[in-house]
Unconditional design. Structure first.
Length: 302
């Protein structure tokens, strides 16, 4: 039996024209706003490109050498890794705890869910980030509350390298609403019959959580872990608005460093090289997470 060869003209002559027309806006947008800019940035990373005086002098790997020889590049790597691997577990932990609390039926549960999700909507806005910075300012509300209980009311939370990054970590943890809703949806999919059977067998609540709830939640935990880790590596607004990377580069996140390289130092070619290195880092971290998946993620279904 002869195999039927694919013909683009024949494909378009059939009843697939409507499908192609519907998909074309996405394809055009995907190519114009993602693939083409990515390829251009890859080219610029090998050139001495300047935005004001558009020049495309090919310099090979010089941008990558300059990047790796810059001490601020490595400090941004350290700050980003510390921020991501601290804030993401705390955010997922709080999201899971709140999801378990909101699992119980109540007349006000819808309001509670909206209230807990609200920080995820507002947290990325400049107004909230500025307000968060004012809370931890030396004359902010936090020091005022500490003064009421007789503690140090003039501590520089944003000026001390030991505490500054933690103000940004707390802001990231506060934005746990999206992960909480995903956890809540997954918790509702767990059959009640499993809990009823375990209760008959005399299993305690902690045992039911660790033997039933947690294993069946591992696919959702894995999904949230991957998405939030990628989001953590791309953190920018908090550090840009509140700390500008200080003090002593402790909050100079990678994307902030890339932004300053491009727009303040006027080195777009090196900034493009930094973007591709970040892509490789995120890809490597994601690949490692997927490699570990088979050791702790339960894919057996219900």
């Amino acid at each position: 039996m002869k195999s039927k060869k694919f013909s683009l003209i024949g494909f378009l002559k059939e009843d697939n024209v409507a499908s192609v027309v519907c998909v074309m806006p996405f394809i055009i947008g995907f190519l114009a706003f993602l693939i083409v800019p990515m390829l251009l940035s890859l080219y610029y990373s090998f050139t001495n490109y300047h935005m004001i005086r558009p020049t495309y002098e090919w310099i090979g790997l010089d941008n990558y050498r300059n990047m790796f020889n810059d001490p601020r590049f490595w400090s941004s790597i350290r700050a980003t890794f510390y921020f991501t691997f601290t804030s993401v577990p705390l955010r997922l932990l709080f999201a899971l705890i709140v999801a378990l609390l909101l699992l119980k039926s109540s007349k006000l549960v819808g309001i509670y869910r909206a209230m807990y999700y609200l920080p995820s909507i507002l947290g990325g806005s400049l107004a909230v980030v500025i307000l968060w910075g004012r809370i931890f300012h030396q004359d902010g509300i936090l020091n005022a509350l500490l003064g009421l209980v007789g503690l140090n009311r003039h501590f520089a939370w944003l000026g001390d390298s030991r505490t500054t990054i933690w103000t940004l970590i707390l802001l990231a943890v506060w934005q746990f609403g999206s992960s909480m809703l995903i956890f809540l949806s997954a918790l509702k999919q767990i059959p009640d019959s499993l809990y009823e059977a375990s209760s008959i067998d005399g299993a305690s609540r902690p045992r039911r959580f660790f033997k039933i709830t947690l294993p069946l939640l591992t696919p959702t935990i894995f999904f949230n872990l991957v998405m939030q880790t990628i989001s953590g590596f791309l953190a920018f607004t908090q550090a840009f608005v509140i700390t500008q990377g200080g003090p002593r580069d402790t909050t100079r996140f990678y994307v902030l460093h890339m932004y300053q390289t491009i727009f303040q130092n006027q080195r777009p070619g090196e900034g493009a090289a930094q973007a591709w290195v970040m892509l490789l880092i995120i890809g490597a971290i994601t690949a490692i997470l997927f490699k570990t998946k088979r050791f702790w993620v339960y894919d057996g279904g219900f």
